[in-house]
Ligand binder design. Sequence first.
Ligand code: HMG
Ligand code: MG
Length: 324
Amino acid sequence: DLPRFVKIVEVGARDGLQNEKNNVPTSVKIQLIHKLVAAGLSVVEATSFVSPKWVPQLADAKDVLTGIPQVPNVRFPVLTPNLRGFEAAVAAGAKEIAVFASASESFSKSNLNCTIEESLVRYRDVTAAAKKHGLRIRGYVSCVIACPVEGAIHPSKVAYVAKELYNMGCSEISLGDTIGVGTPGTISERVYMSLISHRRSFVFIMSSVSGSVVPMLEAVMSFVPVDKIAVHFHDTYGQALANILVSLQMGISVVDSSVSGLGGCPYAKGATGNVATEDVVYMLHGLGIETNVDINKLMEAGDYISDHLGRPLGSKTATALRKL
Ligand code: HMG
Ligand code: MG
């Protein structure tokens, strides 16, 4: 059964912009966020309180967060990698934070400059402080299918990190296919089993990509309730919508996406943006699933940022609808 309503977590202003080489003015980021809210999105990730040496584009985090007026019933989570970032976020008025760990040791090192265990120790402090302030906490796990350096990541590693984040008080765990290599068979066992019986060659693709026959979502769902799980697919291999559909069939009803498919992680070379929000909304509405998002207003946000970046639209739906 598919959910009736899917909550979209719009990550374009953060995940989408963090990798842009040219500085995007603070006013443009704020305007983009406004347009995303006007389109009906109720969760708009705003920025990251990370080291400006690591992510120069988001050095204006404080000005972005203080520049967006608080809107009732709209949440603006911000990424915080450590207590220092947490304190800066709180000082700027953050009501919701996100911590981000990795299921891959190599990626943890390149993204956070520490081991997975060290990151979890830091996040225990951050989440304890957030709970004291009564803030909501989102937890990301990256490299849930594969890592750019290590290749396939075993689902048990993903499940472990997800469980730790959940147990320290994250109210939602977002599972990130950072480099976008996952296919429906690597996401869910149900699909994997039917594919395996139809196509022997698939076994090869599956084992070379995921290295495992225990699909990832089932592994996480044995520790984290399904209504606390979000999926975060990058569309590098064009698999994101298929993976989202399989995730919905598994009972997931929170989907991360980025307007106009903006983005990529600065520490995952070659990875493209997240699945485009317009494409997700088009698919969901086509399935009769509600989102509260107005696709026309969403496309205005996509036009605005694509114009600013001087880039063609990164959403197939928006490209098609603009031609009508
Ligand atoms: P480090 O170099 O090990 O830490 O970085 P440090 O403590 O030595 O600090 C280095 C410098 O940064 C120092 O400045 C600190 O003061 C400063 P200096 O003394 O040299 O002038 N600093 C900070 N400044 C501002 N805010 C802070 C902060 N902390 C330290 N919070 C650190 C460790 C964690 C800080 C660094 O590695 C970092 O900022 N990493 C963030 C990387 C990042 O944002 N990556 C992208 C987001 S993750 C992602 O995209 C994946 C996701 O989308 C899911 C998916 O797709 O799978 C979520
Ligand atoms: Mg991401």
